[in-house]
Design a protein around this ligand. Structure first.
Ligand SMILES: [Fe+2]
Length: 368
């Protein structure tokens, strides 16, 4: 080697091999190097690179967004269905950069909200994690969440943005896991604005504003939880179908049904629990309600490697919950899993100032 050093240099750039300027650069590099290896671009499923590109996925709701199944409590209520269509169409018109639409809620909707609020408050006081309770107290004292008025999505979004940079944007209904998780990469939470049907105020077969505002929103004001959610989102960008499924399953067992330990007790941080007083008690109560037919659920230590492969029911209480030692621990484990547990062709980083995602490999996005 006569004393000279040998280096391997990797250069990652966007370019087209048919471009004369690219060929000229390559020829020059080849003239000065012992061996030049040109790797092809890797084609990955489309993903947004800038927060404004979420507009392209926000309207891709499953089941046309406002269509109700025949077993939905509001299926035979023409007025309710019309109201849902109106709220869905406002959500579908929403564009990045504008505020979520202001909705004038009806007396009937406000009464449903009050019923949900009154039933959940004593249960969350008992079984919600400390972070949730602290944030809800602040939202109440700032008038963002009140018992007698349904919170406006734009006010909830402004509150969260000030805390962690998370924002809420309207969506007409359920998105695919990929689209929904992609939003989290940009610290954006897709959220519905319609109310469940008044005939069954303590039940909803789908996410509604009570689930979003009481269950989800407060936790996005916690920095660890916000980072945790964004880590799942960033890992979902351009990911394979299998990896999206793993991430969505982790999301289910954490953001929806996650537990954490607090001074020896089990507390909830997942929105599916925080917005369901029955399941909240079932998951967190150290003793099962007397005479109940339900068996105690299994509680396992939070481990995304295990959770990612676990199947789960969606219409009944979970037989198993995953419990983290703390929200910080939950985040660190999730990050480890996103770094090492997936077959990712690249890593994505969020640049807050430009609201853009940067990737570390030469990837091409397939058409949306
Ligand atoms: Fe949810």
């Amino acid at each position: 080697m006569r004393g000279e050093s040998v280096f391997d240099i990797a250069i990652d750039f966007y370019g087209d091999m048919r471009d004369d300027r690219i060929s000229a650069v390559l020829q020059e590099v080849k003239g000065n190097s012992a061996n030049v290896l040109v790797l092809d671009q890797k084609l990955v499923p489309w993903f947004p690179l800038h927060v404004s590109e979420l507009d392209a996925i926000a309207t891709r709701t499953l089941d046309a967004g406002a269509e109700l199944k025949s077993d939905h409590p509001g299926f035979h209520d023409a007025t309710y269905r019309q109201r849902r269509q109106m709220i869905a169409s406002l959500a579908n018109q929403h564009k990045h950069g504008s505020l979520p639409p202001l909705l004038e809620y009806t007396e009937e909707e406000i009464a449903t909200w009050r019923t949900v609020y009154d039933n959940l408050e004593p249960m969350t006081n008992k079984f919600a994690c400390r972070q949730y309770l602290d944030i809800v107290a602040e939202m109440r004292s700032e008038g963002v969440v009140t018992r007698d008025r349904i919170p406006q999505q734009r006010d909830v979004s402004a509150f969260l943005e000030e805390k962690t940079g998370f924002t809420v944007r309207p969506v007409a209904g359920l998105l695919s896991s990929r689209d929904f998780l992609n939003g989290l990469a940009f610290r954006t939470f897709f959220s519905t604005q319609y109310m469940r049907h008044h005939s069954l105020p303590l039940y909803t077969p789908e996410p509604d504003l009570c689930h979003e505002i009481i269950g989800h929103a407060p936790m996005f004001a916690d920095p660890d939880f916000a980072d945790f959610s964004q880590a799942i989102g960033l890992a979902s960008l351009g990911a394979s179908e299998e990896d999206v499924k793993r991430l969505a399953t982790c999301y289910w067992f954490s953001v929806e049904f996650g537990l954490c330990r607090e001074e020896g007790e089990v507390k909830a941080y997942g929105a599916g629990l925080l917005s369901s007083f029955g399941e909240l008690e079932y998951a967190c109560s150290p003793t099962r309600p007397a005479g109940g037919k339900l068996e105690a659920p299994a509680i396992e230590a939070w481990d995304p490697w295990v959770a990612a492969h676990r199947s789960y029911p969606i219409t009944e209480y979970q037989p198993t919950y995953f419990c983290a030692e703390s929200l910080q621990e939950a985040k660190e484990r999730m990050r480890d899993f996103c770094e090492q547990g997936l077959k990712r062709p690249f890593h994505a980083r969020f640049h807050e100032l430009s609201q853009s995602v940067w990737v570390d490999r030469n990837v091409a996005r397939s058409p949306p």
